[in-house]
Design a protein around this ligand. Structure first.
Ligand SMILES: [Fe+2]
Length: 290
């Protein structure tokens, strides 16, 4: 039993918690229940909160050490651990796992609404463990053996504006490449997860051309509508998702309106495959090949 109300918002993931004020210092027992709900539902949302950056940092920090500063994204002046997610900088309208091009992608990410467009700009989150469970056994056996190269140089959506191009150049300035198992064992729940998303560019041992259709078919199981939840932002909303077992997508349907969320990420661990091997950086990243 929880000390707060919790309501599922999707069949395969997601829950809304009410009756918790995140701006106050949560007791250990309430936080433990939130953490339990986070593992069970993978994405939690809290409405009608009134958080400062400091309070968002404090709440996210209960889950683990925070990511100090994103390697190449603009951060808030006073708090380098806070990243303004601004639709004028970029629009993440592709399914992805945050910073999966690094060796230790985030454990989770918290998002808080700052400026919302008059319509649109929802966030979709998909359950990548359900994606794995949905694979036919024959395909699962293939996925179990595969490794993928994740890079910040994988194809990304482009805004096409001057500001968007400047942000993109900064994002690409240093090239990251990491090999992760396509099937990752969640370090806390032990569930196998399809660990892919938009930064997964190719499969280890295959060319881009050979990899693409295989990555696409695996991804299609993660992003099935049944495995998604869609969140329509309101002022005061706070979301936190498990970046180890989900992917997300920022719906780009709000035209030229302003949309700003504040993002705070929690440091993750080294992903592990079903046979216990861990992710590794690729020392000599390849140039992009068509
Ligand atoms: Fe993201």
């Amino acid at each position: 039993m929880y000390n707060f109300d919790i309501r599922r918002i999707g069949g395969r993931l997601g829950a809304e918690i009410t009756g918790v004020d995140l701006s106050t210092e949560l007791s250990d027992s309430v936080f433990c229940q939130i953490e339990e709900a986070f593992l069970a539902h993978k994405v939690l949302v809290f409405r009608d909160q009134q958080l400062s950056d400091a309070a968002q940092l404090a709440f996210a920090g209960r889950f683990g050490p925070l990511t100090q500063k994103h390697p190449m994204m603009r951060t808030a002046d006073e708090n380098p651990q806070v990243i303004p997610v601004d639709g004028e900088d970029q629009r993440a309208d592709h399914w992805h796992t945050d910073i999966s091009f690094s060796v230790t992608p985030s454990l989770g990410t918290s998002l808080r609404s700052i400026v919302l467009p008059p319509y649109g700009g929802d966030t979709l989150v998909a359950n990548a463990a359900a994606g794995y469970q949905d694979l036919p056994r024959e395909l699962r056996e293939v996925a179990d053996r595969l490794w993928a190269v994740h890079t910040n140089h994988a194809e990304q959506p482009r805004l096409g504006t001057e500001r968007g191009e400047a942000v993109r150049r900064a994002f690409l300035a240093k090239r990251y490449e990491t090999a992760h198992p396509v099937v990752r064992v969640h370090p806390e729940s032990g569930e196998p997860v399809l660990f892919l998303g938009g930064f997964a560019q190719r499969l280890v041992g295959m060319t881009l051309r050979e990899s693409r259709p295989i990555l696409d078919v695996l991804q299609s199981y993660v992003r099935r509508p049944e495995n998604q939840v869609r969140w329509s932002w309101r002022p005061g909303d706070v979301m936190i998702f498990d970046n180890r077992s989900t992917q997300h997508y920022a719906v780009n349907d709000y035209d030229s309106h302003k949309r700003v969320l504040h993002r705070v990420s929690i440091t993750g661990d080294l992903p592990r495959s079903l046979d216990g091997r861990t992710s590794y950086p690729i020392e000599n990243p390849q140039e992009d090949t068509p």
